[in-house]
Ligand binder design. Structure first.
Ligand code: A2P
Length: 310
């Protein structure tokens, strides 16, 4: 168990990020506390949260109870939260961060991410500009509230815009990544820049199919995957999580089932053979499950999906 807990990647900030974290997006209210307690007791040392998931208070209760019971110490757990779109103004960033910290019952965050390059304004440009928000994020590190900062759902060119600001580095880029959406361009650029990439929806986010509302293919039912899992006597989920680790990202499988929570952490305990890794790297079907179409508006700033992701 100890070896698993210590399996981390080094961030540009100088802190380590554990490679397997529990995702809490879409974790139903009333089930998150038990899921987080179960994860911490099983050996997870990384919990991925966000204000918009509307369950940070439940995560906070689980964390406080686990610390109180001696299951973990605060300093051993890596807690991520994310700034929501309505809080991008430099007057709101700190208050939003403090609210998440209060709900999570922590006096610092390990990682704080800008959740989307979106503020909800209409017009040609994102307002307030993303650089303003980023500078306010950097201030949180200078004030000791946050250890590392980064972004989620950003493209390379949007990250390049932020990197014009000197000072606290962009440590983490959290994006959708799995064999049905490898996100190769963002990944290669992050590697080159020393930015750690974290994969959300590493199982292909079967429960997000409704977001697309069209005939999305289910990664967990892909025939190549099923055949590899069968040959290796592993579950399809184990194979996908190993693929994510072998791909060089940290992974955030979401589950509220204590059995699956445990099983998903065990993805650290074995290695996917190269040939299987490559077979999964070559699936033709490539499509986002979380495609961001909810942010597209003819009045801008993103009048189509290309503009959002470019
Ligand atoms: P549940 O919470 O009931 O376990 P992703 O992380 O890609 O978004 O996927 C999350 C979805 O995958 C959830 O529906 C979750 O359901 C399910 N899931 C999590 N772990 C496993 C697993 N080991 N095997 C199959 N499905 C899983």
């Amino acid at each position: 168990m100890q070896a698993r807990c210590n399996t981390t990647a080094l961030l540009a900030s100088g802190y380590d990020i554990p490679l397997v974290g529990l995702g809490t997006w879409k974790s139903e209210p009333g089930r998150v506390t038990a899921a987080v307690k179960s994860a911490l007791a099983s050996g997870y040392r990384h919990i991925d949260c966000a204000a918009i998931y509307k369950n940070e208070d439940e995560v906070g209760n689980a964390l406080a109870a686990s610390i109180h019971q001696g299951v973990v110490r605060r300093e051993d757990v890596f807690i991520t939260s994310k700034l929501w779109n309505s809080d991008h103004s430099d007057r709101r960033v700190k208050a939003a961060c403090l609210k998440s910290m209060r709900d999570l019952r922590v006096d610092y965050l390990d990682l704080y991410l800008i959740h989307w390059p979106v503020t909800g304004n209409r017009g040609p440009d994102v307002q307030p500009p993303l650089l303003e928000t980023w500078k306010a994020m950097q201030d949180l590190v200078c004030q000791g509230l946050v250890r590392s900062i980064g972004v989620s759902n950003f493209s390379v060119s949007k990250m390049e815009g932020l990197m014009t600001a000197p000072g606290v580095p962009l440590s983490v880029c959290q994006v959708e990544c799995h064999p049905y959406f490898r996100n190769d361009g963002v990944h290669a650029w992050c590697k080159q820049q020393g930015i750690h990439m974290t994969a959300y929806s590493p199982l292909g986010s079967a429960d997000s199919a409704s977001l697309l509302g069209r005939n999305a293919q289910m990664l967990l039912q892909n025939e190549t995957l099923l055949s590899i899992a069968n040959d290796l006597k592993r579950s399809p989920a184990e194979v996908l999580l190993q693929w994510g680790l072998r791909n060089g990202t940290s992974i955030l499988p979401k589950s509220t089932s204590s059995e699956r929570i445990k099983a998903n952490l065990a993805s650290l305990d074995w290695q996917l053979p190269q040939v299987a890794f490559e077979a999964l790297n070559n699936l033709d079907y490539q499509r986002r499950m979380v495609d961001g179409s909810f942010w597209v508006n003819p009045a801008g700033p993103y009048s189509n999906l290309e503009e959002l992701w470019k």
